[in-house]
Design a protein around this ligand. Structure first.
Ligand code: PGA
Length: 249
């Protein structure tokens, strides 16, 4: 059985004090919740403050991106090693907003993935197709390209540390959630690709989350599917009550 992981991707929302007050309201709501792993991914300036607020709890901390080098003259970047030192256990990589607006490619996702694994962080690697690609019947090919582009050359013993998030771009921030059937079909296709690269046993241990307009109203239909190993939640994770309703689906 794969333990489900429910992660909040706050994107460019919340100052450090807003992030801490979220944590203070949210923690009591999930105090006894051990069924699923819970991760909050605030923006960089709030990481240390949220790490402090989460100390002693079972809720984990993640970042939204990173650079693959350990350190160097890379203005504006942060490394996996710095994120781990700030208290992160997880990091989102290859989010479609990074791919669309900030030049992220399968190759940079690959480099970041290797760096996270060497820093013992759990990567949440995002893949997903645009609406036009889905309409053109290219979804499987797009997922295959993103998976093979990111995962080639990853040591097999590290494979089961990887978490994947299937996030169809047409569902992100649009209110148009993928149906459980669409999500499950894509999750199966991703798991088959992982099995081809790392073998069936690693593939059966790899968690594949769904992301794209997950809300309290649709969380149960999605998360009760065996193929869906959790959720990456944007908009509906900004409010403690709404995110906790998703966690308690
Ligand atoms: P959304 O975002 O839940 O607001 O659609 C999900 C994501 O971008 O990870």
């Amino acid at each position: 059985m794969r333990k489900k992981l429910i992660a909040a991707n706050w994107k460019m929302y919340k100052t450090p004090s807003e992030a801490v007050s979220f944590a203070e309201s949210f923690l009591p709501l999930v105090k006894d919740h051990r069924r699923d792993e819970i991760v909050l991914c605030p923006p960089f300036p709030a990481l240390t403050a949220v790490a402090g607020a989460l100390r002693g709890s079972h809720v984990k901390l993640g970042a939204q991106d990173m650079h693959w080098e350990k350190e160097g003259a890379f203005t504006g970047e942060v490394s996996a090693h710095m994120l781990a030192a700030a208290g992160c256990t997880h990091v989102i990589i290859g989010h479609s907003e990074r791919r669309q607006f900030f030049g992220e490619t399968d190759e940079t996702v690959h480099l970041k993935l290797l760096a996270t694994l060497h820093a013992s962080l759990t990567p949440i690697v995002c893949v997903g197709e645009f609406l036009a690609q889905r309409q053109a019947g290219e979804t499987e090919a797009v997922l295959h390209q993103q998976i093979s582009g990111a995962f080639h050359g990853v040591p097999h013993d590290l494979a089961s540390h990887i978490t994947i998030a299937y996030e169809p771009v047409w569902a992100i921030g649009t209110g148009n959630t993928a149906t459980p059937e669409i999500a499950c079909a894509c999750h199966r296709c991703i798991r088959m690709d992982i099995a081809k690269i790392f073998g069936a046993s690693a593939a059966s241990r790899t968690r594949i989350l769904y992301g794209g307009s997950v809300k309290p109203e649709n969380a149960k239909a999605l998360l009760s599917q065996e193929e869906i190993d959790g959720a990456l939640v944007g908009g509906a994770s900004l409010d403690p009550k709404s995110f906790s309703a998703i966690v308690h689906y």
